[in-house]
Design a protein around this ligand. Structure first.
Ligand code: ATP
Length: 813
């Protein structure tokens, strides 16, 4: 297991889940033999600074394994480089060796080998057959109905998980903070200026923080490191088409749920909303497949949905249901998924996602109402950030003030993102050991408690009782009939504190209290996001924003006492929006979530959106949103919405990879086996009209995936024994092994001397998307992204392969 702390685990799923070696049955009759001579493995060429590399993984191929690549008789193909370093590209092994295409693709060269998902449906003969059969069976209609049912199930189950997490967090936090308040009452002499002694409550507080945090961090670190953080960058990458190992497994869900409970109860500066997206995504991926690979249980339902393309849509629905359940905000949840997570959407998907979100909130309402003993199912706790009783009003002269708050949010957010990235880079370099990661989480938890205690100890902020909406106010160092306003901020979950800042009446805090709280929480949240614990960044960001928003209103009111429009709750809300916009860089969904969770009128949408957009624009000037920053830092090959500016003016021939490892339409099983063994590519053009073994000069007639080839070898789908397997082989044969395709190591080495033929006609995708070498890169990028492709074939006018392009070729840094 990789020990390095990364946002997304780098090791390959197949390698971990390696199946035992399965012998493949060898038919009696050999068809053609393969070259016996082995040459040296090709050395890798790299430029002096290591930035340039041989395209793809061809350097691993043995000369005799892939004769077409090496026996290149014509003149070497022109070397097209982006950085013009063609001179270093030659890789001399023997005279007939081709010159490999060399480009500076640092992302590909220096980063982990993330694989892509197959969002393009492989419409091969088997698939077409199934479609024809299903047309007769009116399957499409049934499939659509089932799809709706699955989305409804996703909504319900996600909400049930959210309720469980919610209730456990609520109960445990209540127990914890009540115990601490009692311990304060028992141990601290009231109103005693000389005997202010917080030591015993402090020790209890430390203990009650580090125990859950250590437990959660240990689970995340040792059991499932992919659950660290909010999960949103991972889900976003997945929805973009990047395969993130173990992201949607049941084990991941379990660790995530426990992780988020322990972190929030432990008092870390984080919230549950990000993990809820992830939880929803796992639920969706699990339900929609009708089987559990972890428990080796196939329920034999929903088989038609067992591919990446279908699963992607469900995962999006699950994510939306998760956010909706976390905030009690169905439309905000759906928009959050669309704005932040989704890379592909269409009208039907939006509908289904909305239904999953609404069902999720409805279920949440029923369960929480029942839990709180309400018969009319009107649990107000669904307004997570507290409902504003009075309609929030604003005057038009306030709009520039909201804009200034937005700019402040943008600046603070950009600074937060940059500081957080620096802290995480430091972590990556200097805290690589697992136990150290757990200790680090504990230290940050202790730091939080210590800073809170210091604030409580040194800031004397007593307020009259009755002014405070918190359920159990703490008297600590205050007179009778007073409560300690600093303790009130700290002795509850971050979500409850946001609620307080929005709704506490004017005069609930000193300026110093809020100023210190803002600084402390800003730094704490920055140090927390990136720890090996499951936590979201939404709530702490909103909390910091609410604190400084309220603070600004108080300071301005102090300076201009006649400015009665300065309602602190209103400015706390705008501050939260601005800070969220500055860190997350979302606008539409955030404003809707804030509206739904606080019950404000649509007329207040305008101020919110002004603050959010100003924050986003200012923040975007400096850096990217925190989720995109994390994705970048971890070198995930995410395709942006638009092609990168560097690609303007370039053509396909300048980014393609060649020579291309191809497979003949009827090729020997032995050759295929060797190719799969020696190179890591996941797609191979299928060619016919091949002269000798020069496959890369053949005419393109399709593309075949690595996973399909492995299944063909494992199941011995050879021409020679066709009569045995043909009647039983269907598209289901391939779906059965989805999503954990066996690796090539599962196939026992074929005897060198015997070869059998594989006819790829019925397995390959006969209509891969092809482009011309002279097509512009921005255009082919649009095609690649819009269709969710994994491989794009570049062909010349004679339909012969000129090169291949994958998502890595579009990542230019
Ligand atoms: P993905 O990683 O997106 O799932 P892949 O594994 O097929 O797809 P990579 O191995 O990541 O592709 O590709 C790495 C580099 O190799 C890219 O520059 C790509 O253009 C190139 N490449 C991909 N397939 C082939 C192939 N069959 N022959 C030669 N080069 C290839």
């Amino acid at each position: 297991m990789d020990d390095k702390r990364t946002l997304i685990r780098l090791d390959d799923e197949t390698s971990e889940d390696e199946d035992p070696v399965v012998p493949i049955s060898i038919p009696a009759k050999p068809i053609e033999t393969f070259g016996e001579n082995r040459s040296e493995e090709m050395p890798t060429t790299s430029s002096a600074n290591g930035a340039a590399h041989i395209s793809g993984n061809n350097q691993n191929l043995l000369a005799d394994d892939l004769p077409s690549l090496l026996e290149h008789n014509g003149p070497p193909p022109p070397v097209n480089t982006i950085n013009g370093s063609a001179g270093n590209a030659r890789n001399h092994i023997n005279d007939s060796e081709p010159i490999f295409h060399l480009r500076s693709r640092t992302a590909a060269a220096s980063t982990p080998n993330y694989e892509s998902l197959d969002y393009e449906v492989c419409e091969n003969t088997l698939f077409q057959e199934e479609q024809r059969r299903r047309l007769r069976e009116r399957f499409s209609l049934r499939k659509d109905v089932i799809r709706w049912i699955i989305f409804i199930q996703i909504g319900i189950i996600t909400a049930l998980i959210a309720c469980t997490i919610d209730i456990i967090i609520e109960e445990l936090s209540e127990l914890k903070y009540n115990f601490l308040k009692e311990s304060v009452a028992d141990n601290v002499p009231l109103s005693d200026a000389t005997g202010r002694d917080l030591v015993i409550p402090f020790l209890y507080w430390i203990l009650l923080s580090i125990l859950p945090v250590a437990f959660g961090a240990a689970m995340v670190t040792y059991i499932e490191p992919i659950t660290a953080g909010s999960g949103i960058p991972q889900v976003k990458s997945y929805l973009n088409g990047v395969k993130i190992p173990r992201i949607v497994r049941i084990k991941t869900l379990a660790v995530k749920a426990i992780g988020v409970i322990t972190s929030v109860v432990g008092g870390l500066a984080g919230g549950k909303e990000g993990p809820m997206i992830h939880a929803g995504a796992v639920v969706a991926a699990g339900i929609s497949q009708g089987k559990s690979t972890t428990f080796v249980k196939d329920f034999r339902v929903f088989k038609a949905f067992r591919d990446d393309h279908e699963k992607r849509d469900f995962v999006l629905g699950g994510g939306a249901a998760g956010v909706s359940a976390a905030f009690g905000a169905p439309i905000g949840g759906m928009l959050f998924s669309l704005e932040e997570a989704a890379s592909f959407w269409n009208q039907n998907l939006i509908w289904r996602t909305l239904v999953a979100s609404i069902i999720s909130v409805f279920t949440l309402n029923i369960v929480l109402s029942a839990y709180h003993g309400l018969n009319d199912f009107t649990f107000t706790g669904l307004f997570n950030l507290g409902k504003f009783d009075q309609p929030l009003k604003f005057d038009y002269f306030e709009l520039p003030i909201f804009m200034i708050l937005g700019v402040t949010g943008g600046l603070l957010g950009a600074a937060w993102n940059s500081l957080n990235t620096k802290i995480n880079n430091f972590r990556k370099r200097f805290i690589p050991w697992k136990f150290a990661k757990v200790i680090e989480a504990v230290v940050v938890a202790m730091l939080g408690v210590t800073l809170a205690c210091l604030m409580i100890y040194f800031i004397n902020d007593c307020r009259p009782l009755g002014n405070d909406p918190t359920i159990h106010p703490v008297q600590l160092f205050c007179e009778d009939n007073e409560y300690n306003a600093v303790a009130a901020l700290w002795f509850q979950t971050p979500e409850a504190t946001v609620r307080s800042l929005f709704h506490d009446p004017p005069g609930s805090h000193k300026i110093l209290t809020l100023a210190m709280f803002t600084v402390v929480y800003y730094v704490l949240s920055c140090a927390t996001f990136g720890l090996n614990v499951s936590l979201g960044v939404f709530i702490p960001t909103a909390l910091v924003g609410a604190a400084w928003g309220r603070l600004l209103a108080m300071v301005t009111f102090y300076l201009f006492p006649e400015a009665e429009f300065l309602h602190p709750g209103k400015y706390a809300l705008i501050g939260a929006a601005a800070n969220l916009g500055g860190v997350l860089r979302m606008t539409i969904s955030l404003s809707v979530i804030l509206m739904e969770t606080t019950g404000i009128e649509s007329s207040f949408f305008f101020p919110l959106i002004i603050a959010l957009i100003s924050a986003k624009w200012v923040g975007d000037y400096f850096n990217e949103g925190i989720y995109d920053t994390q994705i970048q830092v971890n070198h995930v090959p995410m395709l942006p919405w638009e092609p990168l500016p560097q690609y303007k003016g370039l053509t396909a021939k300048e980014i393609l990879s060649s020579p291309v490892v191809c497979i003949k339409l009827r090729d020997s099983a032995h050759y295929i086996y060797k190719v799969l063994k020696k190179c890591d590519h996941n797609g191979f053009p299928v060619v016919d009209n091949v002269i000798g073994d020069r496959r890369s000069e053949g005419r393109v007639c399709g593309i075949i995936l690595r996973s399909q080839l492995i299944v063909i070898l494992l199941k011995s789908l050879y021409v020679e024994n066709k009569r045995f397997w043909l009647p039983e082989t269907s598209i289901q044969t391939f779906r059965d092994v989805y999503p954990r395709y066996p690796s090539i190591k599962s196939v026992r080495k074929l005897d060198d001397k015997i070869n059998y033929t594989v006819d790829l006609a019925m397995f390959m995708n006969p209509s891969p998307v092809r482009v011309n070498p002279h097509d512009s890169v921005p255009r082919i990028f649009q095609i690649f992204r819009a269709l969710g492709l994994r491989h794009l074939l570049v062909i010349n006018n004679e339909n012969r392969i000129a090169g291949i392009i994958t998502r890595r070729d579009f990542i230019y840094k």
